[in-house]
Ligand binder design. Structure first.
Ligand SMILES: NC(=O)c1ccc[n+]([C@@H]2O[C@H](COP(=O)([O-])OP(=O)(O)OC[C@H]3O[C@@H](n4cnc5c(N)ncnc54)[C@H](OP(=O)(O)O)[C@@H]3O)[C@@H](O)[C@H]2O)c1
Length: 320
């Protein structure tokens, strides 16, 4: 099959097209012909030698954490998915994903029918980012009616879902984004948008019950400053987990609860998200779709850190 691979870790130009062996479907796995693949920051981190690069088993390696496509083969006759079904899901995350390719074989737990209201390109933008947002906002923070929730990087892949989920469950959402994204984030359900380029968010948003931090301490001490935005006993969920090693101690010293979060493939939760999308309660924003061979450009864009919503790689034309 055709795949976008790296022969070693390094810069974006390491990504190139190659012919690699088709994956062999085993046991409970579903074989999917990929139409479009999502692009996520972890792909670029891993390509650069960080992220989960330590788990790359061999080269050439196929990156890519999520996808949308068509089922080619299933484990047994009465399986709930059938050849020809339009599906979306996650690759072998947290190992090196494998979705920048024409075929992927993944656990039945990782894949489900895609929303009927979405194109393949839109569907490919959902799984990893939306499951991360759900995991942080719903499963971990248990956000509910009337809570004050501050969400950083609200205009990005994870953030634009996090705002919608928090608002859906009744939270009063404050979000950080640059001014050019203020209207976009407000339309997703944020009550107030703080332009982090001109305002100190912790001076504007105080007494928050929850912070969903998608920046961490990589930029401008966003994690540490978030402690000033929380009420005593509040909760910070830091999603870029490695960015703030002293989080637990710093938060505990202030009487604030803290946790990291790591996403996992989860077809059941993805099916719930499918329903919300098809009901019109949640939407996905794809900023740009690029052909698979322009993966290097996609990585440069994601590394610049200002994508609105998601980037998607087109692997093949939409099937009839
Ligand atoms: N632990 C896990 O399982 C897991 C899963 C998914 C993602 N992650 C991590 O979570 C982070 C977010 O992922 P993502 O996919 O949402 O990234 P993304 O889509 O690349 O985020 C881009 C967004 O970040 C915003 N942004 C940049 N700097 C900002 C700042 N200082 N304050 C507020 N917003 C800022 C940008 O908005 P403007 O253009 O308006 O600046 C842009 O819309 C990444 O580090 C990713 O690796 C972890």
């Amino acid at each position: 099959m055709r795949a976008l691979v790296i022969d070693q870790t390094g810069g974006a130009d390491e990504l190139h097209l190659a012919e690699v062996p088709d994956p062999r479907r085993v046991s409970d796995e579903v074989l999917v012909r990929i139409v479009a693949a999502g692009v996520n920051p972890i792909d670029a981190k891993t390509r650069a030698g960080r992220g989960v690069a330590g788990a790359i088993p061999a080269y050439p390696a196929v990156l890519g954490g999520d996808f949308a496509g068509v089922v080619e083969a299933v484990p047994y006759t009465a399986h709930p998915l059938q050849p020809g079904d339009r599906v979306y899901g996650m690759g072998r995350v947290p190992r090196v994903g494998g979705s920048y390719a024409e075929l992927i074989s993944v656990s039945s737990m990782s894949v489900t029918r895609m929303p009927v209201s979405l194109s393949f390109a839109e569907a490919a933008a959902v799984p990893l980012a939306a499951l991360t947002a759900w995991g942080a906002v719903v499963d971990t923070a248990r956000v509910h009616d009337g809570q004050r929730v501050l969400i950083h990087a609200a205009a990005g892949g994870v953030g634009h879902f996090a705002v919608q989920f928090a608002a859906y469950f009744g939270a009063i959402v404050t979000a950080t984004a640059s001014g050019r994204n203020a209207d976009f984030v407000r339309e997703l359900g944020a009550r107030r948008v703080i332009d982090y380029t001109t305002e100190r968010f912790e001076e504007v948003a105080t007494d928050q019950d929850v912070v969903i931090d998608l920046i961490g301490n990589v930029t401008d001490a966003t994690g540490t400053r978030s402690l000033d935005a929380l009420r005593p006993g509040g909760l910070i969920v830091t999603v870029p987990t490695g960015s703030w090693p002293t989080m637990a101690e710093e938060a505990a010293a202030r009487g604030i609860r803290s946790t990291g979060y790591s996403v996992a493939p989860d077809a059941r939760t993805l099916s719930v998200i499918t329903r919300l999308i098809d009901d019109g309660a949640v939407r996905v924003h794809v900023e740009q779709e690029l052909p698979l061979e322009q993966g290097a450009e996609a990585h440069r864009l994601i590394e610049a850190g200002h994508v609105r919503g998601k980037l998607v790689l087109r692997v093949m034309p939409d099937p009839a």
